[in-house]
Design a protein around this ligand. Structure first.
Ligand SMILES: Nc1ncnc2c1ncn2[C@@H]1O[C@H](COP(=O)(O)O)[C@@H](OP(=O)(O)O)[C@H]1O
Ligand SMILES: [Mg+2]
Ligand SMILES: [Mg+2]
Ligand SMILES: [Mg+2]
Length: 356
């Protein structure tokens, strides 16, 4: 009997691993003019673009009909003003696609020496991520660097890839080059891959090789329970989370970390819950920021919902639509956490209501 998504899993691990090698090598060489500011004021670097090109090219060679929802697009690079950035991205993508890795599960996906692409092919690979998403069919979603701000600070970031079929995440791979393999040894080996397949559990694999560990969240223990939250206060309200912590009577401070590395840490028990609460009206969470992480949560013994207790809906397009907030934790803590979240939200809404 064949195991569901076995080929896709191997391909996804291989693609994320190559993209991680690219991003970590770029970090050491990044120069000032290799970062752009996008329309929404967020940063994007040559590493984001070239990592998306690498993953998208590998997916396309194996599954040419699968659409891709990718965070980045190549419009700024096609302009004349983008020429030097474009050349650098083509060079980086080709370096990553043609490298010989020599790691066991990096099977031959039609890449390796001799598989260079020209500039048009690289830009087209990036632009294959323009798919609008939706309720039916197969699609991949890529966040080539999640936590670009963390990446630029030399802190945590994640390369994220997920396969969604009929609005359900079936497979997710997260690459975290700067994350210690063992949280208790912060100066030890860094570089983790987190992998989950629906119904098949979640694992951590070393970025440097094949060694893997199965992940299970520990049971709820109030004395040690703590939150994982964004570093960027603009992405998730720190004050709401401290209110939730007070209601639950928790004493441990939150761990601040950029990117979906938070989901990887949650799945392996480094942190009790990942809570993300909106800071202002209007921002819609993107599917590539949560697809992989949500499967890591459910496959390691957790539950993930929005702040009203509703499941995240990956069938609405490129965003999670009106989902409000993200609440992810081990099964036996989710009810308590959700009730604390709702109390804080109600309290925060009181002054608004009395003014109305
Ligand atoms: N106002 C906002 N509210 C919530 N998330 C936001 C936001 N502005 C940007 N983001 C998202 O937050 C992600 C980083 O999450 P975190 O804060 O957990 O590290 C960004 O991913 P990118 O870095 O891929 O652009 C971006 O998609
Ligand atoms: Mg971004
Ligand atoms: Mg992101
Ligand atoms: Mg990103």
């Amino acid at each position: 009997m064949s195991i569901a998504y076995a080929i896709e899993r191997q391909l996804a691990i291989s693609a994320v691993r190559r993209a991680c090698l690219l991003t970590s090598s770029v970090f050491n060489k990044l120069v000032k003019n290799e970062t752009l500011v996008k329309g929404d004021k967020s940063p994007v670097t040559v590493a984001d673009y070239s990592a998306q090109a690498v993953i998208s090219s590998m997916l396309h060679r194996a599954y040419p009909n699968d659409p891709i929802v990718g965070e980045e697009d190549a419009s700024d690079l096609r302009a004349e003003s983008g020429a030097s950035l474009r050349n650098r991205i083509v060079e980086l993508a080709n370096e990553a696609l043609t490298a010989e890795l020599g790691i066991g599960d990096d099977a031959d996906w039609g890449i390796g020496p001799g598989s260079e692409q020209n500039a048009d092919e690289v830009l087209d690979a990036i632009d294959r991520g323009r798919y609008e998403g939706g309720r039916t069919g197969r699609m991949w979603t890529i966040d080539p660097i999640d936590g670009t701000k963390g990446f630029l600070r030399g802190e945590q970031y994640a390369v994220c890839l997920a396969l969604i079929v009929d609005a359900q995440v079936q497979l997710g791979v997260l690459g975290c080059p700067n994350l210690p393999i063992d949280w208790l040894k912060p100066d030890g080996e860094k570089g983790c891959l987190f992998v989950a397949v629906r119904g098949q559990g979640a694992q951590q694999i070393k970025l440097s090789g094949a060694e893997s560990t199965r992940l299970t969240m520990p049971p709820y223990t109030p004395s040690t329970f703590n939150f994982l939250e964004s570093v960027e206060a603009a992405h998730s309200s720190h004050s709401t989370i401290s209110g939730i912590s007070a209601i639950m009577g928790l004493t441990e401070p939150p761990i601040r970390m950029d990117s979906q590395a938070k989901y990887g840490c949650l799945a392996r028990g480094d942190g009790g819950a990942y809570v993300r609460m909106p800071t202002g009206a209007g921002y819609k969470e993107k599917i590539w920021d949560h697809a992989t992480g949500s499967l890591l949560v459910t496959e390691s013994g957790g539950i993930i919902t929005d702040s009203r207790g509703l499941p995240l809906d990956f069938g609405l397009g490129r965003t999670l639509g009106e989902n409000y907030g993200i609440i992810a934790t081990v099964k036996d803590a989710h009810g308590k956490l959700l009730s604390a979240v709702q109390q804080v939200v109600a309290k925060e809404e009181e002054p608004l209501k009395s003014r109305a």
